[in-house]
Design a protein around this ligand. Structure first.
Ligand code: ARG
Length: 262
C-alpha cells in the first residue's frame, strides 16, 4: 500500500509539474468547443453557481477550488492550504475566465485546517478560510448528518472547477462543471484500499470519462442544493473503475460549523 501511495503521490507531482511547465492554455473559441477536450465537462456560469471560488497565489496563479459557505467563509481541501500562510492566499470570486480581471479578489485573514489532517488519502481533507470581508450572500449550505439520501449510490452530483481537462493537461481557463453519480461504498473500496466512508465519498461513472482532475481540489461537489463534498484525490483522472474521491462534508458538519458560525 505504501508503494501504491508513493506512486500516487509521484503521479500527482508529475502531473503538477507538467501542468506547471504550462503548455499555454489553448482558449476554446466558444463554449461549444470545450466539451471535446474536457474531462467530460462543460462551461459553467457564476450566475448559476455563485458560491464557487478559486484559490490563487498573490501573483494570481490558480491552484485549487473552494466553496463560499458564508459571506466570508470558504470550505476547501486541507491539502490545498496546509502549510500556506493566509497572507499568501487569495480567493477569487465571480471570475469564470481566469485570464480576465472580472469579479473580486479577496484577502484571507485565517486558515483553519482540520487537526486530523495528514494526507488526502487518510481523510480529514477539509479546511476553512476566513476572508477579510464578506463577498456575497449567495453561499451554499453544508450537508448535515441527516442528509444520508444525498450520499446514496446514484445521486447525481455536480462538480466544478478550473482544474486540468485531462490527466497531465494544463488547467482550464474557464470554469467547468460536470455531473457524476455517487458510487457505493463497495465500488469505491474496490478501487481504493484507502477509502473510508466516514470521511470520503466517491463519484464517477463505471466507464470513466467524466471526473475532476488536478487543480480542481477543494472545489464543490453539490447535490440537493448543498455542499456534499470537496474534491480530494483519485488515481489519474476519469479512468474506468477509478472514481474521483471527495472529502465527505456531512461527517464534518459540526466541526466545520464551529469554524463557520451558524
Ligand atoms: N488532488 C487533486 C488536486 O489537488 C484532485 C484530484 C482529483 N482526482 C480525481 N481523479 N477526481 O487538485
Amino acid at each position: 500500500m505504501a508503494k501504491t501511495l508513493r506512486r500516487l503521490v509521484k503521479s500527482i507531482a508529475l502531473t503538477a509539474a507538467v501542468a506547471a511547465v504550462g503548455l499555454t492554455t489553448t482558449a476554446p473559441a466558444s463554449a461549444a468547443d470545450v466539451s471535446s477536450y474536457v474531462v467530460g465537462g462543460t462551461r459553467a456560469t457564476i450566475a448559476e453557481t455563485p458560491w464557487v471560488v478559486y484559490l490563487a497565489t498573490t501573483s494570481g496563479g490558480q491552484f485549487c477550488g473552494g466553496t463560499l459557505v458564508k459571506a466570508d467563509k470558504v470550505v476547501t481541501a486541507a491539502h490545498c492550504v496546509t502549510g500556506r500562510s493566509a497572507a499568501s492566499t487569495r480567493v477569487v470570486w465571480n471570475r469564470e475566465d481566469k485570464q480576465s480581471t472580472a469579479g473580486t479578489v479577496a484577502a484571507v485573514s485565517r486558515i483553519w485546517v482540520h487537526p486530523g489532517y495528514t494526507t488526502a488519502t487518510a481523510g480529514y481533507d477539509v479546511a476553512v478560510l476566513t476572508l477579510t470581508a464578506g463577498i456575497t450572500s449567495d453561499y451554499l449550505p453544508l450537508a448535515t448528518p441527516e442528509d444520508t439520501d444525498l450520499y446514496a449510490e446514484g445521486t447525481q452530483a455536480t462538480v466544478l472547477g478550473w482544474g486540468t481537462t485531462c490527466s497531465g493537461c494544463s488547467t482550464s481557463r474557464y470554469l467547468l462543471k460536470a455531473t457524476v453519480p455517487v458510487t457505493s461504498d463497495t465500488t469505491c473500496r474496490t478501487a481504493y484500499a484507502q477509502y473510508r466512508n466516514t470521511s470520503m465519498v466517491c463519484a464517477g461513472r463505471p466507464e470513466g470519462g467524466v471526473d475532476t482532475c488536478q487543480g480542481d481540489s477543494g472545489g464543490p461537489m453539490v447535490a440537493g442544493g448543498k455542499l456534499i463534498g470537496a474534491t480530494s484525490w483519485g488515481r489519474g483522472c476519469a479512468l474506468a473503475n477509478y472514481p474521483g474521491v471527495y472529502a465527505r462534508i456531512a461527517p464534518y458538519y459540526d466541526v466545520l460549523t464551529a469554524q463557520i458560525g451558524s
